[in-house]
Design a protein around this ligand. Structure first.
Ligand code: ADP
Ligand code: MG
Length: 278
């Protein structure tokens, strides 16, 4: 199995049709188009209930935007999906392509097809981007990939994302600018070929340039990998004008209190979140 982005591969359905061996020995069924299913999720942090019954279904190819004021629980949901142990699920469950992963470790989730932009260490001194990606993609595939196999896919993706080829030799996250971190996130998402990606675009520090990079990167990855389901946590309506999400959800006090199409983001922009408070 070569690491070739879909656009350059044959038209055959790709590895998803083969099922995927998880560390638990479960074969994830390729049937069904729900990539992420969250049912009545309750989560505690430090003994405080933060998520208070979240339901969400993401199907193949869908882009969902998750909005909501500061402190409403968006990042808590992202951390819980990543499998961060500080976030304790007290009720409900999480399914990835139909298999329950609620208790799985973060690396097992990643291998099974869940991608979280922040799941990797901020900086790995002495580890170039290319080496890191080879290890991560090998882990995801369950086989050691050659330097060459990875290099081909990597250079194609870096071209698509308009990245300087020298970037592949830089040490992971060391001295990366905000824009470079964003590009690197999108590059990781592209290379790992996940089934579902959770992108938490944290509120501060994202300038217009970084937003543009994220939006363009998401468009490009969706074009090449149309089955990917994405949950984009964002405050910014501008990015949603460009990406046109299939669904917009509003989180408030640990629950999704409203869902709709892109018009919901426009209404929030006019009316704010207050109107949605119970
Ligand atoms: P958002 O991403 O929507 O701004 P968060 O999920 O970060 O919201 O936070 C929701 C609530 O959970 C806040 O009240 C926050 O203080 C609390 N919280 C989140 N993470 C932690 C943590 N690691 N320790 C303690 N409290 C936390
Ligand atoms: Mg947050």
């Amino acid at each position: 199995m070569a690491v070739v982005p879909e656009a350059t591969a044959t038209a055959e359905p790709r590895q998803a049709t083969m099922g995927l061996e998880t560390p638990e020995g479960v074969t994830i069924a390729p049937e069904g188009d729900e990539v992420l299913t969250i049912e009545d999720l309750h989560v505690e942090v430090d003994g405080h209930e933060i998520l208070r019954g979240v339901d969400l279904v993401v199907r193949q190819g869908e882009l969902h935007a998750l909005m909501g004021p500061n402190g409403s629980g968006k990042s808590t949901l992202a951390n819980t999906l990543a499998g961060n142990v500080a976030y304790k699920v007290t009720q409900g469950r999480i399914l990835l392509r139909g298999n329950e992963i609620t208790t799985w470790a973060p690396d097992a989730r990643a291998r099974a097809g869940m991608f979280l932009a922040f799941q990797y260490p901020e900086e790995i001194p002495g580890v170039p981007v290319s080496q890191f990606l080879r290890q991560a993609v090998s882990a995801r595939r369950g086989m050691d990939l050659s330097v060459l196999e990875v290099r081909v896919a990597l250079s194609e993706w870096m071209q698509r994302l308009e990245m300087d080829p020298a970037f592949a030799s830089r040490y992971l996250n060391e001295g990366f600018s905000g824009g470079e971190k964003k590009r690197n996130e999108i590059l990781q998402m592209a290379m790992l070929e996940p089934d579902v990606a959770i992108l938490d675009e944290t509120d501060s520090g994202l300038d217009v340039d970084a937003l543009r990079i994220v939006a363009k990167g998401i468009e490009e990855v969706r074009r090449v990998r149309p089955v990917l389901g994405i949950v984009l946590v964002t405050h910014y309506r501008r990015i949603l004008e460009r990406l046109r999400p299939d669904r917009v959800h509003v989180m408030l006090e640990g629950r999704i209190v409203d869902s709709g199409g892109p018009e919901l983001a426009e209404r929030l922009d006019r009316e704010g979140y207050e109107a949605l408070r119970p």
